[in-house]
Design a protein around this ligand. Structure first.
Ligand code: NAD
Length: 508
C-alpha cells in the first residue's frame, strides 16, 4: 500500500485538496474498506511519483453485496414518486455546483485534463442532473385509440430494477452522472463501477449524492479491476441492465456476456472523428476548431478530432494555420496556470500514443509538428502532433489513438471527403466547415456519425440533446436528453376495458 505524498500547492497553481489515504466502497449506505486487503495506487499522470491514495481491488463477494443492497432498495425507490426523487437530484446538482472548484481540482489532478476543462466537465455533470430532475415531472407514456368500445389503451414507462453502470476514466464525473441521473429519475437502483484510474472523482460524486439525501442502497459504489468486479457485475442475475462506456474491446466483451442471458446492454465506445474542411470554409475558424478538438483534453475524448479531411486546394494554408496553433499549446501540469494541455492518463495510454508515433513514421506520414514525448521524465507528456499527407488506409487514419495526434488527409472534392470520413469502423462525431448550405445538408444526409457539427468542433454536447454513435461506436439507445430514460425503463402497454361486459369483437 502506498502512502499519499501529495505535493504542496505549486506556485501559480490551483489549490490541491488532500487526497484520502484509501478509497472505500459504498454499499447499502455504508462506506467500507475492501475485505480483500488489496489496493492499487492512484498515481498522478503529471507526476508519477505522487500517489493520490489507494484504490480497493474488491472481491466478487463485495460485488454480490452491492447488488443485494441495490435489489433490497429497489421497491422503496420505485414507489417513490418521480417528482420526489427529483428533489434529491436537484440537491445533488446544487452540491456539485457548490463544490465545482474542489472537484475540478481533484479531476484535473488524477485524470490530467486542465483545471478549466475539468471545471467544464463538472458543470456538464451538474447540467445533466438538473435536466434529468426536470424529467421527473415529464416521464410519461402515451394514450392510444382502441378498436374496442370503452377501452382505454395507454403505455407507461417503468423502472427495470438494479442496473450496473461501468465507466471509463476520461470523463470521470460527466459520464457516471449522465448514466446515473436518468437511471435514478426513472426509479432504478444502481451499482456503479468507476474506472480505477479516477477513484477520487467517483468518491466525491457519490459522497455528495449521499449528502443530498439518497436513501441507503439506491446507489452503491464498488471499486476494482474490470476483469474481476466488472465481469462479476455483468454476470450477476439480479442486474437488469448494463450501461457501459469504454473501449471497443471491453464493450464487445460486455455485450457478448450480456447477450448470453438476453440482458439489456448499452455500449458507448471509441471514435475516429473527422473534421471536413471544404474549399469555401473559413480556414481560420476551421483550424481553431481542429486544434481544440485534437489537443483539448490531450486528445483523450471519444469525440476528439483525430482526422482533418481537407480539400487539396486549401490544405497548405489550413496546415500552416493549424501548425501555428499547435505550437502555441502549453503542455504541462494541468493544475498550473497557463497550461493548456495535460498528460496522458497512465503509462499504458502514454505507451500506446508513443507507439502510434512510431507507426506514423513507419507508414511514411509527414510530420508537421510535435512527434515526441516532452517534459520531465516523471510526467506522461506528449507534444501536440500533426501528420500531413496521411492516406486513409494507414493505421493512424483508421484506429483510435486517444492522444494529441492529428492526421491530415488531403482529398479531391466533397464526394471523396465524405467517402474517406465514412471509411472507418467508428461513427461517433463529425464536423463540416463550409459556407455552402446545400453541401451542408448533403453532408448531414450522408455522414455516418451519431453527432454532426457544422462550423463547430467535433467535441461538445448539451445535456438536453441525445448523445451517442453509429457503427462500431455503440449499441443501444442514445444517452443524454429525454431519450436517455428509454434505456432505463420498460414500456408497458395497458388495455383497460370499462364496458363491464364480455367481449363480442375479436382483436388481433
Ligand atoms: P476500458 O474499456 O478499458 O474501461 C472502461 C470500464 O470498463 C472501466 O471501468 C474498466 O474497469 C471496465 N472493465 C474493464 N474490463 C471489464 C470487463 N471484463 N467487464 C466489465 N467491465 C470491465 O476503457 P477506458 O480506457 O477506461 O476508456 C477509454 C475508452 O472509452 C476509449 O475507447 C473512448 O473512446 C471510450 N469512450 C467512449 C465514449 C462514448 O460515449 N462513446 C465516451 C468516453 C470514452
Amino acid at each position: 500500500m502506498s502512502t499519499p505524498t501529495a505535493s504542496a500547492p505549486a506556485t501559480g497553481g490551483r489549490p490541491r485538496p488532500t487526497p484520502p489515504v484509501r478509497y472505500r466502497n459504498f454499499i447499502g449506505g455504508k462506506w467500507a474498506d475492501t475485505t480483500s486487503g488489496k489496493y492499487a495506487p492512484n498515481l498522478s499522470p503529471a507526476d508519477q511519483r505522487v500517489a493520490l491514495g489507494d484504490v480497493p481491488l474488491s472481491t466478487p463477494q463485495e460485488v454480490d453485496a452491492a447488488v443485494e443492497a441495490a435489489h433490497k432498495a429497489f421497491p422503496g425507490w420505485r414507489d417513490t414518486p418521480a417528482p420526489v426523487r427529483a428533489r434529491i437530484l436537484y440537491k445533488w446538482n446544487a452540491l456539485l455546483e457548490q463544490h465545482a472548484d474542489e472537484i475540478a481540482a481533484i479531476l484535473a489532478w488524477e485524470e490530467g485534463k486542465t483545471w478549466s476543462e475539468a471545471r467544464g466537465e463538472v458543470m456538464k455533470a451538474a447540467n445533466i442532473i438538473e435536466f434529468m430532475a426536470g424529467e421527473g415531472r415529464r416521464i410519461g407514456g402515451s394514450t392510444l385509440p382502441s378498436e374496442l368500445p370503452r377501452t382505454f389503451v395507454y403505455t407507461v414507462k417503468q423502472p427495470l430494477g438494479p442496473v450496473a453502470i461501468i465507466t471509463p476514466w476520461n470523463f470521470p464525473i460527466a459520464i457516471p452522472c449522465w448514466k446515473m441521473a436518468p437511471a435514478l429519475i426513472a426509479g432504478n437502483t444502481i451499482v456503479f463501477k468507476p474506472a480505477t484510474l479516477t477513484p477520487w472523482t467517483a468518491q466525491r460524486t457519490i459522497e455528495l449524492l449521499e449528502e443530498a439525501g439518497l436513501p441507503p442502497g439506491v446507489v452503491n459504489l464498488i471499486y476494482g479491476s474490470g476483469s474481476a468486479v466488472g465481469d462479476q457485475l455483468v454476470r450477476h442475475k439480479a442486474i437488469r441492465a448494463v450501461s457501459f462506456t469504454g473501449s471497443n474491446e471491453v464493450g464487445t466483451h460486455v455485450y457478448t456476456e450480456g447477450a448470453k442471458r438476453l440482458l439489456k446492454v448499452q455500449c458507448e465506445l471509441g471514435g475516429k472523428n473527422p473534421l471536413v474542411v471544404l474549399e469555401d470554409a473559413d480556414l481560420e475558424l476551421a483550424a481553431v476548431a481542429t486544434s481544440q478538438g485534437a489537443f483539448g483534453s490531450t486528445g483523450q475524448r471519444c469525440t476528439a478530432t483525430s482526422r482533418a479531411i481537407v480539400i487539396d486546394s486549401v490544405a497548405d494554408k489550413f496546415v500552416e494555420l493549424l501548425a501555428a496553433l499547435a505550437q502555441k499549446v502549453v503542455v504541462g501540469d494541468p493544475l498550473q496556470d497557463g497550461v493548456t494541455m495535460g498528460p496522458s492518463v497512465d503509462p499504458g495510454q502514454f505507451k500506446t500514443v508513443l507507439g502510434y508515433l512510431d507507426v506514423a513514421r513507419s507508414e511514411g506520414a509527414k510530420l508537421v509538428t510535435g512527434g515526441k514525448r516532452t517534459g520531465a521524465d516523471h510526467g506522461l507528456f506528449v507534444e501536440p502532433t500533426i501528420y500531413d499527407g496521411v492516406k486513409h488506409g494507414m493505421r493512424i487514419a483508421k484506429e483510435e489513438i486517444f492522444g494529441p495526434v492529428l492526421s491530415v488527409i488531403r482529398v479531391r472534392d466533397f464526394d471523396e471527403a465524405v467517402e474517406v470520413a465514412n471509411d472507418v469502423d467508428f461513427g461517433l462525431s463529425s464536423s463540416l466547415y463550409t459556407n455552402d448550405v446545400n453541401r451542408m445538408y448533403r453532408f448531414v444526409d450522408l455522414i455516418e456519425t451519431g453527432i454532426v457539427h457544422v462550423n463547430s468542433p467535433t467535441v461538445g454536447g448539451e445535456a438536453q440533446a441525445p448523445f451517442g454513435g453509429m457503427k462500431g461506436t455503440g449499441v443501444g439507445t442514445r444517452e443524454q436528453g429525454a431519450v436517455a430514460i428509454d434505456f432505463y425503463t420498460e414500456l408497458k402497454t395497458v388495455y383497460a376495458d370499462y364496458t363491464g361486459t364480455k367481449r363480442t369483437t375479436n382483436i388481433y
